[in-house]
Design a protein around this ligand. Sequence first.
Ligand code: SAM
Length: 183
Amino acid sequence: MVYFEQFDERGAAVYDLLIKLRVFDWAYAVAAEAVEAVAPRGSKLLEIGAGAGKLAGILERRGYRVVGVDVSPAMLRRARKRTSADLIAGASWALPLRDEVFDVAVALFTLHHWGLHEPSARRVSSALKPGGKFVVIEADKDRVPLVVDHGCTAKCLEEALAPFFKVAVKRKFPLIIAEAERL
Ligand SMILES: C[S@@+](CC[C@H](N)C(=O)[O-])C[C@H]1O[C@@H](n2cnc3c(N)ncnc32)[C@H](O)[C@@H]1O
């Protein structure tokens, strides 16, 4: 059985409040920059774990054609108020999408919720066009160990993505960024 962590109504309300308080604005700026480093504006972009829609909205305004996927109906309801990007209910390991459609995918603060990595990495890679990029951003557990299970080490990112992607790990404290290319 695949384990994952879903945000319920209460979790989604708290997350939405943190967004309104701009608590994660610095991380959204790093994530948008990391996407722009690998895919030009206008690219077709898939966001895995779009949450309450903040990053999807930023990328949409920058000209990306964004489809966001999330397992949490409570998060998706909030995201729909924040962005007009296409938002779909679904899980990373069973994306309800055609293969080889996207130029780039992004997942911010989401991979650590996935549970088993292999089925999700496989499915995201098949949603990308050959040579497509997957940008994964997490709290840097190598540099900030107190994030515990809410972050990733370089080893964790490499092992999660390696079967399907060529992975380059970058850092922007306190974040760790995997720039992965579909094999
Ligand atoms: C910490 S929130 C981050 C939301 C958003 N990326 C952000 O940074 O604002 C994690 C989100 O990932 C979603 N999620 C967790 N596991 C998932 C999976 N396997 N597939 C799709 N969404 C998932 C959760 O429902 C939640 O909305």
